[in-house]
Design a protein around this ligand. Sequence first.
Ligand SMILES: [Zn+2]
Length: 427
Amino acid sequence: MISLTPLRMKELIKKIYFLNLYLGIFTVIIFFDLQSSSSSNEPLIPVLIKKWTKTEAFEHQSELVWNLENAKDSIIYDANDPQANYIIPEDNCTISYKNNRWYVNGKEVKITALKIKIKGNGQIIHAKNQYKHFLFFLIREDYVFFIHLLPMEEYVFEVLTRETFVVWPFESHQLFSIAVRTYALNKIIEANAKKRPYALRNDIHNQTCIPEKHPAAFDQFKKAIKSTRGTVLVCNGKPILSMYHACCGGIIPGKCRGFDFEKHPYLKRMSSCTYCKDCKRSEWGRDEEVENIMKKLVENKTINEAGTDISIGRIKRSKSGAVQSVEFIITPLHYGSAKKRKKRYGKKTITLTHKECKKLFALNPHQQSFFIESIKKENNRIFIEGKGQGHHMGLCQQGARKMVEAGKGIREILGFYYPRSILIKWY
Ligand SMILES: [Zn+2]
Protein backbone atom coordinates (compact mmCIF):
# COMPACT_ATOMS: atom_id res chain seq x y z
CA MET A 1 0.00 0.00 0.00
CA ILE A 2 1.24 3.47 -0.82
CA SER A 3 1.25 6.13 1.86
CA LEU A 4 1.22 9.87 1.47
CA THR A 5 4.29 12.04 1.54
CA PRO A 6 3.85 14.20 4.63
CA LEU A 7 5.73 17.17 3.16
CA ARG A 8 3.74 20.37 3.02
CA MET A 9 0.57 18.35 3.42
CA LYS A 10 -1.52 21.27 4.62
CA GLU A 11 -0.68 23.40 1.63
CA LEU A 12 -1.28 20.47 -0.66
CA ILE A 13 -4.68 19.65 0.77
CA LYS A 14 -5.71 23.24 0.20
CA LYS A 15 -4.62 23.07 -3.42
CA ILE A 16 -6.36 19.76 -3.92
CA TYR A 17 -9.55 21.14 -2.45
CA PHE A 18 -9.59 23.95 -4.98
CA LEU A 19 -8.70 21.65 -7.84
CA ASN A 20 -11.43 19.24 -6.89
CA LEU A 21 -13.80 22.14 -6.74
CA TYR A 22 -12.55 23.08 -10.19
CA LEU A 23 -13.20 19.54 -11.45
CA GLY A 24 -16.64 19.63 -9.93
CA ILE A 25 -17.48 22.83 -11.75
CA PHE A 26 -16.17 21.34 -14.96
CA THR A 27 -18.45 18.35 -14.53
CA VAL A 28 -21.44 20.56 -14.00
CA ILE A 29 -20.70 22.81 -16.95
CA ILE A 30 -19.94 20.13 -19.47
CA PHE A 31 -22.17 17.40 -18.27
CA PHE A 32 -24.94 19.31 -16.63
CA ASP A 33 -26.17 17.30 -13.70
CA LEU A 34 -23.33 14.82 -13.42
CA GLN A 35 -21.09 14.67 -10.42
CA SER A 36 -18.41 12.21 -9.44
CA SER A 37 -19.25 8.56 -9.80
CA SER A 38 -19.80 7.65 -6.18
CA SER A 39 -19.49 8.86 -2.63
CA SER A 40 -15.69 8.65 -2.81
CA ASN A 41 -15.09 11.63 -5.15
CA GLU A 42 -13.70 9.35 -7.79
CA PRO A 43 -13.86 11.44 -10.96
CA LEU A 44 -15.71 10.39 -14.07
CA ILE A 45 -13.67 10.59 -17.21
CA PRO A 46 -15.17 11.66 -20.55
CA VAL A 47 -13.58 9.71 -23.40
CA LEU A 48 -14.22 10.63 -27.00
CA ILE A 49 -15.39 7.69 -29.07
CA LYS A 50 -15.98 9.63 -32.27
CA LYS A 51 -16.03 13.19 -33.51
CA TRP A 52 -17.79 14.09 -36.72
CA THR A 53 -18.67 17.27 -38.51
CA LYS A 54 -22.43 17.68 -38.83
CA THR A 55 -22.19 16.74 -42.51
CA GLU A 56 -20.24 13.55 -41.70
CA ALA A 57 -22.79 12.62 -39.02
CA PHE A 58 -25.55 13.04 -41.56
CA GLU A 59 -23.64 10.76 -43.96
CA HIS A 60 -23.22 8.15 -41.20
CA GLN A 61 -26.88 8.06 -40.22
CA SER A 62 -27.04 4.30 -40.62
CA GLU A 63 -24.38 3.99 -37.85
CA LEU A 64 -26.33 6.13 -35.42
CA VAL A 65 -28.09 3.27 -33.73
CA TRP A 66 -27.62 2.19 -30.12
CA ASN A 67 -28.93 -1.10 -28.80
CA LEU A 68 -29.59 -1.26 -25.08
CA GLU A 69 -29.59 -4.55 -23.21
CA ASN A 70 -30.77 -5.20 -19.65
CA ALA A 71 -31.76 -1.59 -19.72
CA LYS A 72 -35.14 -1.50 -17.95
CA ASP A 73 -35.39 1.67 -15.82
CA SER A 74 -32.31 3.20 -17.42
CA ILE A 75 -32.77 6.86 -18.33
CA ILE A 76 -32.49 8.79 -21.55
CA TYR A 77 -31.96 12.51 -20.98
CA ASP A 78 -31.93 15.50 -23.18
CA ALA A 79 -28.27 16.45 -22.67
CA ASN A 80 -29.27 20.10 -23.09
CA ASP A 81 -32.17 19.92 -20.65
CA PRO A 82 -31.84 17.53 -17.68
CA GLN A 83 -35.50 18.02 -16.82
CA ALA A 84 -36.55 16.30 -20.03
CA ASN A 85 -36.05 12.59 -19.56
CA TYR A 86 -37.46 9.28 -20.61
CA ILE A 87 -37.39 6.10 -18.53
CA ILE A 88 -36.85 2.96 -20.56
CA PRO A 89 -39.76 0.60 -19.86
CA GLU A 90 -38.24 -2.64 -21.10
CA ASP A 91 -34.97 -4.57 -21.04
CA ASN A 92 -34.12 -4.31 -24.71
CA CYS A 93 -34.46 -1.13 -26.65
CA THR A 94 -33.07 0.60 -29.74
CA ILE A 95 -32.22 4.28 -29.97
CA SER A 96 -31.62 5.89 -33.34
CA TYR A 97 -30.93 9.32 -34.77
CA LYS A 98 -32.10 10.40 -38.18
CA ASN A 99 -32.64 13.77 -39.81
CA ASN A 100 -32.11 15.65 -36.54
CA ARG A 101 -34.69 13.54 -34.70
CA TRP A 102 -34.30 10.93 -31.99
CA TYR A 103 -36.23 7.68 -31.88
CA VAL A 104 -36.69 5.03 -29.17
CA ASN A 105 -37.93 1.74 -30.60
CA GLY A 106 -38.99 3.64 -33.71
CA LYS A 107 -41.05 6.25 -31.83
CA GLU A 108 -39.84 9.83 -31.85
CA VAL A 109 -38.72 11.33 -28.53
CA LYS A 110 -38.43 15.08 -28.14
CA ILE A 111 -34.80 15.62 -27.18
CA THR A 112 -32.10 17.78 -28.75
CA ALA A 113 -29.00 15.88 -27.61
CA LEU A 114 -28.75 12.39 -26.20
CA LYS A 115 -27.48 11.26 -22.83
CA ILE A 116 -28.01 7.70 -21.68
CA LYS A 117 -27.57 6.69 -18.06
CA ILE A 118 -27.51 2.93 -18.03
CA LYS A 119 -28.52 1.08 -14.86
CA GLY A 120 -26.72 -1.73 -13.05
CA ASN A 121 -25.75 -4.55 -15.38
CA GLY A 122 -27.26 -2.91 -18.41
CA GLN A 123 -25.14 -2.13 -21.40
CA ILE A 124 -25.21 -0.09 -24.55
CA ILE A 125 -24.02 -1.72 -27.76
CA HIS A 126 -22.75 0.51 -30.51
CA ALA A 127 -20.62 -0.55 -33.47
CA LYS A 128 -19.92 -3.89 -31.76
CA ASN A 129 -18.57 -2.17 -28.64
CA GLN A 130 -20.20 -2.33 -25.24
CA TYR A 131 -20.51 0.59 -22.86
CA LYS A 132 -21.71 1.09 -19.32
CA HIS A 133 -22.47 4.10 -17.12
CA PHE A 134 -23.02 7.14 -19.36
CA LEU A 135 -22.99 7.73 -23.08
CA PHE A 136 -23.37 11.14 -24.72
CA PHE A 137 -24.13 12.32 -28.16
CA LEU A 138 -23.50 16.06 -28.12
CA ILE A 139 -23.81 18.62 -30.86
CA ARG A 140 -21.50 21.61 -30.39
CA GLU A 141 -21.20 24.25 -33.09
CA ASP A 142 -20.20 22.38 -36.26
CA TYR A 143 -19.29 19.11 -34.57
CA VAL A 144 -20.99 16.05 -33.23
CA PHE A 145 -19.29 14.30 -30.30
CA PHE A 146 -19.89 10.75 -29.21
CA ILE A 147 -18.55 10.46 -25.65
CA HIS A 148 -18.33 7.68 -23.09
CA LEU A 149 -18.23 8.76 -19.46
CA LEU A 150 -16.90 6.21 -17.00
CA PRO A 151 -15.41 6.09 -13.49
CA MET A 152 -11.67 6.67 -13.35
CA GLU A 153 -10.73 3.34 -11.71
CA GLU A 154 -12.65 1.42 -14.35
CA TYR A 155 -10.91 3.41 -17.04
CA VAL A 156 -7.50 2.55 -15.51
CA PHE A 157 -8.43 -1.13 -15.59
CA GLU A 158 -9.38 -0.95 -19.27
CA VAL A 159 -6.05 0.67 -20.14
CA LEU A 160 -4.09 -1.93 -18.17
CA THR A 161 -5.81 -4.80 -19.95
CA ARG A 162 -4.59 -3.39 -23.25
CA GLU A 163 -1.25 -1.80 -22.53
CA THR A 164 0.63 -4.12 -20.23
CA PHE A 165 1.13 -7.81 -19.54
CA VAL A 166 -0.61 -9.57 -16.70
CA VAL A 167 2.35 -11.94 -16.23
CA TRP A 168 4.59 -9.05 -15.25
CA PRO A 169 5.23 -8.48 -11.51
CA PHE A 170 2.37 -7.13 -9.39
CA GLU A 171 4.32 -3.96 -8.49
CA SER A 172 4.69 -3.10 -12.17
CA HIS A 173 0.86 -3.09 -12.40
CA GLN A 174 0.76 -0.75 -9.41
CA LEU A 175 3.24 1.60 -11.05
CA PHE A 176 1.36 1.58 -14.29
CA SER A 177 -2.00 2.14 -12.55
CA ILE A 178 -0.59 5.29 -10.96
CA ALA A 179 0.84 6.54 -14.27
CA VAL A 180 -2.40 5.91 -16.19
CA ARG A 181 -4.61 7.48 -13.49
CA THR A 182 -2.38 10.54 -13.20
CA TYR A 183 -2.28 11.04 -16.96
CA ALA A 184 -6.08 10.83 -17.17
CA LEU A 185 -6.55 13.31 -14.33
CA ASN A 186 -4.12 15.71 -15.98
CA LYS A 187 -6.16 15.44 -19.16
CA ILE A 188 -9.46 16.13 -17.34
CA ILE A 189 -8.00 19.38 -16.01
CA GLU A 190 -6.64 20.27 -19.44
CA ALA A 191 -10.04 19.60 -21.06
CA ASN A 192 -11.63 21.88 -18.51
CA ALA A 193 -9.20 24.71 -19.23
CA LYS A 194 -9.69 24.33 -22.98
CA LYS A 195 -13.46 23.85 -22.67
CA ARG A 196 -13.17 20.58 -24.53
CA PRO A 197 -16.07 18.18 -23.88
CA TYR A 198 -13.79 15.14 -23.57
CA ALA A 199 -10.53 14.46 -21.71
CA LEU A 200 -9.08 11.69 -23.87
CA ARG A 201 -9.62 10.14 -27.24
CA ASN A 202 -10.53 6.54 -27.85
CA ASP A 203 -7.31 5.84 -29.73
CA ILE A 204 -4.37 3.51 -29.20
CA HIS A 205 -4.03 4.77 -25.64
CA ASN A 206 -7.57 4.99 -24.61
CA GLN A 207 -9.81 2.15 -25.61
CA THR A 208 -12.95 2.18 -23.53
CA CYS A 209 -15.04 -0.62 -24.92
CA ILE A 210 -15.72 -3.14 -22.21
CA PRO A 211 -15.11 -6.73 -23.29
CA GLU A 212 -17.74 -9.21 -22.10
CA LYS A 213 -15.37 -11.21 -19.99
CA HIS A 214 -11.79 -10.71 -18.92
CA PRO A 215 -9.60 -13.71 -18.08
CA ALA A 216 -9.44 -14.50 -14.37
CA ALA A 217 -5.74 -13.55 -14.42
CA PHE A 218 -6.80 -9.92 -14.93
CA ASP A 219 -7.84 -9.92 -11.28
CA GLN A 220 -4.18 -9.06 -10.68
CA PHE A 221 -4.80 -5.75 -12.43
CA LYS A 222 -7.89 -5.15 -10.28
CA LYS A 223 -5.91 -5.83 -7.10
CA ALA A 224 -3.08 -3.53 -8.17
CA ILE A 225 -5.56 -0.76 -9.05
CA LYS A 226 -7.41 -1.17 -5.76
CA SER A 227 -4.17 -1.02 -3.76
CA THR A 228 -3.28 2.31 -5.39
CA ARG A 229 -6.81 3.68 -5.62
CA GLY A 230 -6.88 7.45 -6.09
CA THR A 231 -3.07 7.69 -5.87
CA VAL A 232 -1.47 10.07 -8.36
CA LEU A 233 1.79 11.90 -9.00
CA VAL A 234 1.77 15.66 -8.57
CA CYS A 235 4.21 18.48 -9.19
CA ASN A 236 3.40 21.89 -7.69
CA GLY A 237 0.09 20.48 -6.52
CA LYS A 238 -1.11 19.44 -9.99
CA PRO A 239 -1.39 15.94 -11.44
CA ILE A 240 1.51 15.59 -13.86
CA LEU A 241 1.40 14.69 -17.54
CA SER A 242 2.68 11.20 -16.73
CA MET A 243 3.59 10.02 -20.21
CA TYR A 244 4.66 6.40 -20.61
CA HIS A 245 5.91 4.24 -23.45
CA ALA A 246 6.95 0.65 -24.18
CA CYS A 247 10.75 0.86 -24.16
CA CYS A 248 13.12 3.84 -24.07
CA GLY A 249 16.22 2.12 -25.47
CA GLY A 250 18.39 4.20 -23.12
CA ILE A 251 17.52 7.53 -24.77
CA ILE A 252 17.77 10.44 -22.33
CA PRO A 253 14.44 12.32 -22.56
CA GLY A 254 15.90 15.54 -21.16
CA LYS A 255 18.07 15.79 -24.30
CA CYS A 256 15.21 15.27 -26.74
CA ARG A 257 14.07 18.21 -28.80
CA GLY A 258 10.68 19.77 -29.26
CA PHE A 259 9.32 19.27 -25.77
CA ASP A 260 8.30 21.92 -23.27
CA PHE A 261 10.36 20.95 -20.21
CA GLU A 262 9.63 24.24 -18.51
CA LYS A 263 5.97 23.32 -18.42
CA HIS A 264 6.71 19.67 -17.59
CA PRO A 265 9.96 19.66 -15.55
CA TYR A 266 9.22 16.14 -14.24
CA LEU A 267 9.78 14.76 -17.76
CA LYS A 268 13.28 16.22 -18.02
CA ARG A 269 15.16 13.14 -16.87
CA MET A 270 18.87 13.60 -17.53
CA SER A 271 20.05 10.11 -16.60
CA SER A 272 19.84 7.15 -18.91
CA CYS A 273 17.55 4.18 -18.19
CA THR A 274 19.76 1.13 -18.54
CA TYR A 275 17.16 -1.32 -17.26
CA CYS A 276 15.46 -2.00 -20.60
CA LYS A 277 18.67 -2.77 -22.50
CA ASP A 278 17.90 -6.50 -22.84
CA CYS A 279 14.45 -5.84 -24.27
CA LYS A 280 14.20 -6.70 -27.97
CA ARG A 281 12.67 -3.30 -28.68
CA SER A 282 15.67 -1.56 -27.17
CA GLU A 283 17.61 -1.70 -30.43
CA TRP A 284 16.05 -2.31 -33.79
CA GLY A 285 16.99 -2.22 -37.45
CA ARG A 286 15.45 -2.49 -40.90
CA ASP A 287 16.93 -2.62 -44.36
CA GLU A 288 15.58 -2.34 -47.85
CA GLU A 289 16.95 -2.70 -51.38
CA VAL A 290 17.80 0.57 -53.13
CA GLU A 291 15.53 -0.44 -56.01
CA ASN A 292 12.52 -0.79 -53.68
CA ILE A 293 13.26 2.51 -51.99
CA MET A 294 13.43 4.13 -55.42
CA LYS A 295 10.04 2.66 -56.35
CA LYS A 296 8.47 3.99 -53.16
CA LEU A 297 9.93 7.46 -53.74
CA VAL A 298 8.33 7.52 -57.18
CA GLU A 299 5.03 6.16 -55.83
CA ASN A 300 4.78 8.84 -53.17
CA LYS A 301 5.84 11.46 -55.74
CA THR A 302 9.01 12.51 -53.91
CA ILE A 303 10.85 12.04 -57.23
CA ASN A 304 9.42 11.99 -60.75
CA GLU A 305 11.34 9.01 -62.08
CA ALA A 306 13.52 6.25 -60.66
CA GLY A 307 17.29 6.73 -60.84
CA THR A 308 20.00 4.08 -60.84
CA ASP A 309 21.37 4.55 -57.35
CA ILE A 310 21.01 6.32 -54.03
CA SER A 311 23.77 7.52 -51.76
CA ILE A 312 23.35 9.03 -48.30
CA GLY A 313 24.30 12.68 -47.93
CA ARG A 314 24.18 14.98 -44.91
CA ILE A 315 22.41 13.76 -41.78
CA LYS A 316 20.99 16.30 -39.32
CA ARG A 317 20.72 15.24 -35.69
CA SER A 318 19.09 16.58 -32.55
CA LYS A 319 20.99 17.13 -29.30
CA SER A 320 20.07 13.60 -28.21
CA GLY A 321 21.62 12.16 -31.38
CA ALA A 322 18.32 11.30 -33.09
CA VAL A 323 18.28 11.64 -36.87
CA GLN A 324 16.11 14.64 -37.75
CA SER A 325 16.57 14.62 -41.49
CA VAL A 326 18.69 12.87 -44.08
CA GLU A 327 19.75 13.67 -47.65
CA PHE A 328 19.25 11.03 -50.33
CA ILE A 329 21.38 11.70 -53.39
CA ILE A 330 19.75 10.12 -56.42
CA THR A 331 21.83 9.14 -59.45
CA PRO A 332 19.62 9.55 -62.52
CA LEU A 333 19.33 7.19 -65.50
CA HIS A 334 22.30 7.83 -67.75
CA TYR A 335 21.39 8.76 -71.28
CA GLY A 336 22.25 11.53 -73.74
CA SER A 337 25.71 13.10 -74.08
CA ALA A 338 27.92 13.61 -71.05
CA LYS A 339 27.56 17.39 -71.38
CA LYS A 340 23.78 17.26 -71.61
CA ARG A 341 23.62 14.69 -68.83
CA LYS A 342 25.48 16.96 -66.46
CA LYS A 343 23.27 19.86 -67.33
CA ARG A 344 19.87 18.18 -67.56
CA TYR A 345 20.22 14.97 -65.63
CA GLY A 346 22.62 15.78 -62.81
CA LYS A 347 22.35 14.07 -59.44
CA LYS A 348 19.31 15.07 -57.47
CA THR A 349 19.38 15.61 -53.71
CA ILE A 350 16.22 15.20 -51.70
CA THR A 351 15.87 15.75 -47.95
CA LEU A 352 13.66 13.39 -45.97
CA THR A 353 12.48 14.12 -42.44
CA HIS A 354 12.67 11.35 -39.83
CA LYS A 355 8.91 10.87 -40.21
CA GLU A 356 9.29 10.39 -43.96
CA CYS A 357 12.11 7.91 -43.35
CA LYS A 358 9.88 5.91 -40.99
CA LYS A 359 7.18 5.81 -43.63
CA LEU A 360 9.66 4.74 -46.29
CA PHE A 361 10.80 1.80 -44.19
CA ALA A 362 7.23 0.92 -43.21
CA LEU A 363 7.82 1.46 -39.50
CA ASN A 364 4.64 1.36 -37.46
CA PRO A 365 2.92 4.74 -37.92
CA HIS A 366 1.49 4.56 -34.38
CA GLN A 367 5.01 4.69 -32.98
CA GLN A 368 5.82 8.01 -34.53
CA SER A 369 8.73 8.71 -32.24
CA PHE A 370 10.91 5.78 -33.08
CA PHE A 371 14.40 7.10 -32.40
CA ILE A 372 16.49 6.73 -35.58
CA GLU A 373 20.13 6.43 -34.65
CA SER A 374 21.71 5.79 -38.02
CA ILE A 375 20.94 5.48 -41.69
CA LYS A 376 23.56 4.11 -44.07
CA LYS A 377 24.05 2.33 -47.36
CA GLU A 378 25.93 -0.92 -47.82
CA ASN A 379 26.14 -2.65 -51.20
CA ASN A 380 22.71 -2.16 -52.74
CA ARG A 381 20.78 -1.89 -49.48
CA ILE A 382 19.92 0.97 -47.15
CA PHE A 383 20.02 0.23 -43.43
CA ILE A 384 18.13 2.16 -40.79
CA GLU A 385 18.77 1.56 -37.07
CA GLY A 386 17.25 2.97 -33.95
CA LYS A 387 16.51 2.64 -30.26
CA GLY A 388 13.42 2.00 -28.21
CA GLN A 389 9.75 2.15 -29.00
CA GLY A 390 7.53 5.09 -28.22
CA HIS A 391 8.17 8.75 -27.45
CA HIS A 392 10.86 8.22 -24.75
CA MET A 393 9.10 10.55 -22.28
CA GLY A 394 8.29 9.50 -18.73
CA LEU A 395 7.96 5.88 -17.67
CA CYS A 396 9.69 3.19 -19.71
CA GLN A 397 7.46 0.16 -19.16
CA GLN A 398 10.15 -2.43 -19.85
CA GLY A 399 12.65 -0.58 -17.67
CA ALA A 400 10.16 -0.18 -14.80
CA ARG A 401 9.41 -3.88 -14.91
CA LYS A 402 13.12 -4.71 -14.69
CA MET A 403 13.57 -2.27 -11.80
CA VAL A 404 10.78 -4.08 -9.92
CA GLU A 405 12.49 -7.40 -10.61
CA ALA A 406 15.73 -5.93 -9.29
CA GLY A 407 13.95 -5.18 -6.01
CA LYS A 408 13.50 -1.41 -6.35
CA GLY A 409 10.53 0.19 -4.60
CA ILE A 410 7.61 1.97 -6.22
CA ARG A 411 8.66 5.41 -4.97
CA GLU A 412 12.22 4.96 -6.21
CA ILE A 413 11.06 3.84 -9.66
CA LEU A 414 8.51 6.62 -10.08
CA GLY A 415 11.05 9.11 -8.75
CA PHE A 416 13.51 7.97 -11.40
CA TYR A 417 11.11 8.26 -14.34
CA TYR A 418 9.27 11.38 -13.09
CA PRO A 419 11.84 13.43 -11.17
CA ARG A 420 10.46 16.32 -9.06
CA SER A 421 7.05 14.70 -8.64
CA ILE A 422 5.51 13.30 -5.46
CA LEU A 423 2.84 10.69 -4.75
CA ILE A 424 -0.38 11.73 -3.10
CA LYS A 425 -3.84 10.23 -2.63
CA TRP A 426 -6.23 12.36 -4.66
CA TYR A 427 -9.38 10.57 -3.58
ZN1 LIG B 1 14.19 2.13 -20.61
